[in-house]
Write a protein that binds this ligand. Structure first.
Ligand code: PRX
Length: 628
């Protein structure tokens, strides 16, 4: 390879790796895609095997493992019972206040069964969608697993979202049942989730039951006919006893996860039991090289796809021990993470570039206070990792012996699409090569492959088992968003710009659509703009992303005030806070600029790229479509 900087894996890493060779297996996985995915599926247990691995008769609604019956819980929990895995630790949790809870697979099954029995008693049935809005508590994971166990789908809404965002998602999913907590701890202070749920429910009549887990003990308002404390329900006889895992079709919905798109309201991506089980299990085993003795810490929130696939499902299917932490990384001191890695002997740590940059800012002396030699692999996800952060992570956290798995994927893909294996030579900032079975390409707007090294649109050329089945209740939007752009070629359009170098390594540049990644969180400009415009002083607004040292990108708003109103610093603060309240603190704009006009096309579409170029002092490009 003729490239700048390459980091080769050590002999020791290669010796241990679950997969020791890439090229031949990749070739095979492309040429014999169905055979490859059948072999991977054989490693799991099925109630009934498939009659066809991939049914592509109704593109792009691909069906994986058609005719098969399974339930992800069978592979994540049930099949470990009665084996030596039963009594090993499945899950370790640490609260921000230092409280520790541990669960063996046996105990995990017990807790999930209790939760599932309660949900059944509350009338939750196969096919229902339950909304989960919780801080990072063990019950958040138990609730997800309990839904899956009884064939209900979970819709987890990130606990940092506002009541408005929560309300939208509850209404769209038509959830009868919502699971929440009184709150959690963040930087030593309680958060108030139940209060936010109450606010959301004032504006919504679909919810009949709210189950609240007690964490902080702060006073919360409970409504007689609707609200139940989880611990009260747990004490009832109905909570006890064995709970059967419901048989599901491979293609039945496992969960729904809302994510931001380029237009309008967030869309609920639907993932299914069969394909998603195989994909998360396989990527976990091959990329993160998971072994039964590993202690795997994915430091995402279960409210995002990363948490679904790699806190919960992927590691549990592989019988590993997962770890999760409730609170802020720098509480009470910036060595909190390293303290926990040392305390629990974490062997694989998976996090985001924003988190790495945040910890890097405090300096390596905080890392060096701790013996973190248990680490053997590191991971990164959510946004491109800048080489400086990559090298810091590699040197100070990985001590130059832990390869970094920079994994490119999306809510829609269910699992890693481009990612190294532990044996892959690494280039800082590149997610390296496609995972097995995946054909990825960089194409121009006509769908033609661009030259090596040239920037273009990242596309996926063939189906994979982890792919979302559709957008909930909106097949048309699924087609429109992902498959229309390169319809002729049948490519999935990822919405990212990328380039591929002479060694076949992919370099992700960023989003090409109106999605903004802030600290790795995915937000849509349309949602941000409608939040800004809902402020009583605002007539029109545009939102763009500009580079930010820590967050990767930050949101900048441009606002036209209503007639007769005067811009002021106070109004700027008001609007920023208003957006944070409407959407959640992650969406708070970095700046608001008051303007008299916004650049628009003749058809009235805001030309955000012009605003961006102007803000960055760059060439504004082709302005021929500009209205005036
Ligand atoms: O732009 C890419 C970026 O995150 C987007 C997907 O966001 P989301 O659905 O929230 O899922 C994030 C976690 C899987 C992608 O379109 N992205 C994700 N991983 C990487 C990345 N950009 C660069 N490098 C990555 N490793």
């Amino acid at each position: 390879m003729n490239n700048e900087e390459i980091y080769y894996p050590s002999e020791e890493v290669i010796q241990q790796a679950n997969v020791k060779e890439y090229d031949k297996l990749y070739q095979y996985s492309i040429e014999e895609r169905e055979a490859f995915w059948a072999e991977q599926a054989e490693k799991l247990e099925w109630y009934k095997k498939w009659d066809k691995v991939l049914d592509d008769s109704n593109k792009p609604f691909y069906e994986w493992y058609r005719g098969a019956e399974t339930n992800i819980i069978h592979n994540a929990i049930d099949r470990h019972l009665g084996t030596p895995t039963q009594n090993k630790l499945a899950y370790i949790w640490e609260g921000e206040d230092g409280e520790i809870k541990t669960y063996s697979y046996h105990a995990l099954n017990r807790e999930v069964s209790i939760f599932a029995n309660i949900l059944k008693a509350m009338g939750v049935k196969k096919g229902d969608i339950v909304t989960i809005y919780m801080p990072q508590l063990p019950e958040q994971i138990f609730a997800m697993l309990a839904c899956a166990k009884i064939g209900a789908a979970h819709s987890v809404v990130y606990g940092g979202f506002s009541s408005e965002a929560l309300l939208d998602r509850i209404k769209a999913a038509k959830s009868r049942v919502v699971i929440t907590a009184d709150g959690g701890y963040r930087r030593g202070k309680p958060t108030h989730l139940k209060k936010i749920v109450n606010e959301a429910l004032e504006m919504c009549s679909v919810v009949e039951v709210v189950i609240t887990v007690k964490r902080t003990g702060e006073a919360v308002e409970m409504q007689n006919d609707r609200d139940f404390w989880f611990h009260d329900l747990k004490a009832l006889p109905i909570a006890n006893g064995k709970c059967e895992t419901v048989h599901m079709k491979s293609t039945d919905m496992l969960f729904l996860l809302y994510t931001s798109g380029s237009t309008g309201k967030p869309k609920g991506l639907v993932h299914t039991h069969g394909g998603y089980s195989v994909y998360t299990a396989t990527t976990m085993r091959m990329v993160f090289d998971i072994k039964p003795e590993d202690r795997f810490w994915c430091a995402a929130d279960p409210g995002w796809i990363t948490g679904h696939s790699y806190i919960v499902y992927g590691p549990l299917i592989n019988g590993a021990t997962i770890f999760s932490y409730e609170g802020a990384p720098n509480h009470p001191y910036p060595d909190r993470w390293w303290r926990m890695v040392e305390k629990f002997g974490i062997s694989i740590l998976y996090t985001s570039p924003t988190a790495i940059r945040g910890l890097m800012r405090f300096g390596e002396s905080w890392v060096e206070k701790h013996d973190i030699s248990s680490l053997r692999l590191l991971g990164s996800v959510g946004e491109p990792i800048n080489p400086e952060a990559w090298k810091w992570y590699y040197k100070h956290v990985g001590k130059e012996k832990c390869p970094i798995m920079d994994t490119w994927w999306q809510t829609e893909t269910g699992g890693f699409m481009i990612a190294p294996l532990p044996i892959t030579p690494l280039k800082p900032g590149s997610a390296t090569k496609p995972f097995f079975g995946n054909e990825m390409a960089v194409v121009n707007d006509k769908g033609e492959k661009v030259a090596t090294g040239e920037q273009g649109n990242l596309v996926i050329k063939a189906p994979w088992p982890g792919m979302a089945a559709t957008v909930h209740n909106d097949d048309e939007r699924f087609v429109e968003t992902y498959w229309k752009r390169f319809e002729k070629q049948g490519f999935y359009s990822a919405g990212d710009a990328a380039r591929k170098d002479e060694d076949g390594y992919f370099w992700i540049i960023g989003r090409t659509d109106d999605v903004i990644k802030v600290s790795g969180y995915r937000l849509g400009t349309a949602e941000i703009e409608s939040a800004i415009v809902s402020h009583p002083s605002v007539a029109e607004a545009a939102a763009i992303a500009l580079p930010h040292d820590l967050k990767g990108n930050a949101i900048h708003g441009f606002v036209i005030l209503k007639h007769g109103l005067v811009a002021s610093a106070e109004l700027e603060i008001q609007i920023k806070n208003h957006v944070a309240k409407m959407m959640g603190p992650i969406a708070k704009p970095e700046s608001i600029t008051f303007v008299d006009a916004l650049p628009k096309t003749r058809s009235g579409k805001i030309m955000r790229r012009v605003l961006k170029a102007r803000a960055l002092g760059e060439d504004e490009g082709d302005l021929s479509t500009l209205a005036d």
